[in-house]
Design a protein around this ligand. Structure first.
Ligand SMILES: *Cc1c(COP(=O)(O)O)cnc(C)c1O
Length: 356
């Protein structure tokens, strides 16, 4: 039986994408070779790279002042690459601390310039998004984690400021529409909502580059990858290919607007059940509840294993919560069908009946 994949990442991919990717792993197009064994300089792969870029540009309506890059090193490498490339030694960057990933970004930025943590939700175990804090106007950028994969919170109202944002969108990129023009950099590890592990999408505004005095190693300089079309060295060919297939899938299924609509429906379905069901309770502040990672607890903690066993029996895997929140986390990215969420809701209903 095909399981229903609620893992936070690497995460669910669309079935059609997996089928096409499997075929190409054996024989890619009419090349008579696997995509795993072709040159990144072949015209066939260059076409894949070009299509992936064009799809990102089209789906997110990326303005012409931006470059779209496919890099390796994960979102974690972007924690330092963003600061290294953009934050001068005498500059100050603002960081909103909304969870473990934000904290890691803050730690790396401090290596390169001044960091002002404008607000934090650490006081309540990152269960909400801070609001109403001061944002100095002289910040080089304001770094945000748009969706907190671990704590299940998401930024729906972007802070009101003229300071450009830099955002880690690893777990909600392509899930909803965004105004790219407000950002200096957007980055996202592929393995949540875009593809398999091994590639990181970076969207960078060209005019923010080249302004710091420090020496930047060639591979860590965004300009290198802009000049060489993300192929200065061997790019992660297969992850880029599977990401391209996923972007095609998003386009063929109505684009970002359709994804967003469906994601809202799926999230409402699950949160409504969490609120209705007498056995469960959500962990995130209601107005900040993530549409991608739904975190909840069973009120009687001794029932945790029993509920996970019920989930497993229904084919729902990856529901166990992250250790820093406990309980459960259902990740319901773009590729999760509504029927998958409905199955989980049924398991919750039956659990309540059984334990009445
Ligand atoms: C998973 C995740 C990361 C880390 O990504 P890597 O690609 O493993 O470095 C960073 N930020 C967020 C929001 C994530 O969900």
């Amino acid at each position: 039986m095909k399981k229903i994949n609620f893992f936070a990442g690497p995460a669910i991919l669309a079935q059609e994408v997996l089928e096409e990717a499997s075929k190409s792993a054996l024989s890619f197009g009419d090349m008579g070779l696997s995509i795993l064994e072709i040159s990144h300089r072949s015209k066939q792969f260059v076409a894949v790279m070009d299509e992936a870029k064009a799809l990102v540009k089209e789906l997110l309506e990326v303005p012409d002042e931006y470059e779209i890059l496919f890099l390796s090193g994960g979102a974690s490498s972007q924690f330092y690459m963003t600061a290294m490339n953009i934050l001068g030694e005498d500059d100050t960057a603002g960081y909103l601390d909304t969870g473990s990933w934000s904290s890691k970004a803050i730690k790396e930025a401090k290596l390169f310039g001044e960091v002002n943590v404008v607000a934090s939700s650490k006081d309540k175990n990152y269960s909400y998004i801070p609001k109403g804090y001061e944002i100095p106007e002289d910040l080089k950028y304001l770094h945000l984690t748009s969706n907190n994969t671990i704590f299940g919170t998401e930024i729906f109202e972007w802070p009101k400021t003229k300071v450009p944002y830099i955002a880690d969108m690893s777990s909600d990129i392509f899930s909803r529409s965004i105004d790219v023009s407000k950002f200096s950099v957007i980055y996202a590890g592929a393995q949540k909502n875009m593809g398999p592990a091994g590639v990181t999408l970076v969207i960078v505004r060209k005019d923010v580059l080249g302004k710091v005095d420090r020496k930047i190693p060639t591979m860590l300089n965004y300009q290198t990858h802009i000049d060489k079309d993300s192929s200065f060295n061997t790019p992660p060919v297969y992850p880029i290919y599977v990401s391209m297939l996923t972007l095609r899938w998003i386009k063929n299924n109505g684009g970002i607007a359709a994804m967003e609509k469906r994601n809202i429906e799926k999230a409402n379905l699950l949160y409504d059940e969490i609120d209705r069901n007498s056995k469960f309770v959500g962990t995130a502040a209601k107005e900040d509840r993530s549409r991608m990672n739904v975190c909840f607890l069973v009120k009687d903690e001794s029932h945790t294993e029993a509920f996970l066993a019920d989930c497993a029996e229904a084919g729902c895997v990856g529901v166990k919560g992250h250790r820093s929140v406990g309980g459960f986390r259902a990740s319901i990215y773009n590729a999760m069908p509504k029927s998958g969420v409905q199955t989980l809701v049924e398991v919750m209903k039956n659990f309540e009946d059984k334990n009445a």
